[in-house]
Design a protein around this ligand. Structure first.
Ligand SMILES: Nc1ncnc2c1ncn2[C@@H]1O[C@H](COP(=O)(O)OP(=O)(O)OP(=O)(O)O)[C@@H](O)[C@H]1O
Ligand SMILES: [Mg+2]
Length: 149
């Protein structure tokens, strides 16, 4: 089997679950040798995707569901974060830095996801929902300090 571990989470679209999701995914990912800074980046990417599902996908309706699937290979985390919300009409436009359909937002969530993860993809169908698929490799950062070198 390609995966050494897998998990699924399903939770309500309430703001308190942004922190729940990011901490849970980081705890799962920490089974690999991600650096602390890698784990912080994973947390930001998860927060941005879950926040988008709550705010944009479900327009802050608190009784909808968000699903996360995470899997580990020997050296990477694969993540799928999904809602059944209103979807994105123009994905290309939504991915542009500083584009937001909400004038009070910065339009940087997708930029963070793209810069902090090694692969990133959005699938969305208006009226049906949005799926963000991302992955990050472990062990690609600075090598740990070795006093014998
Ligand atoms: N899950 C989603 N469902 C529906 N629309 C979405 C979803 N995620 C993103 N979008 C759309 O894509 C746009 C860009 O998202 P992005 O996260 O980059 O910026 P933002 O959420 O508007 O601002 P910020 O993340 O900086 O607060 C959003 O304004 C929204 O229109
Ligand atoms: Mg956002």
């Amino acid at each position: 089997m390609k995966y050494i571990n897998q998990m699924k989470l399903e939770f309500l679209s309430i703001p308190a679950n942004v922190a729940f999701a990011r901490v849970t995914v980081a705890a799962f990912a920490s089974q690999l040798d991600f650096t602390l800074s890698d784990l912080e980046e994973i947390k930001v990417a998860v927060s941005e995707a879950v926040g988008n599902s709550i705010i944009h996908g479900y327009r802050n309706l608190p009784d909808r569901l968000i699903r996360i699937q995470a899997a580990l290979t020997t050296d990477s985390l694969e993540l799928r974060i999904e809602d059944d919300g209103r979807g994105i009409k123009d994905i290309k436009k939504a991915l542009e830095p500083a584009f937001s359909t909400d004038s009070e937002r910065l339009g940087l969530g997708f930029v963070f996801m793209q810069s902090f993860m090694d692969s990133f993809q959005v699938d969305s169908t208006p009226g049906h929902g949005t799926k963000v698929i991302m992955s990050k490799r472990a062990g690609s950062g600075t090598a740990p300090f070795n006093p014998e070198q």
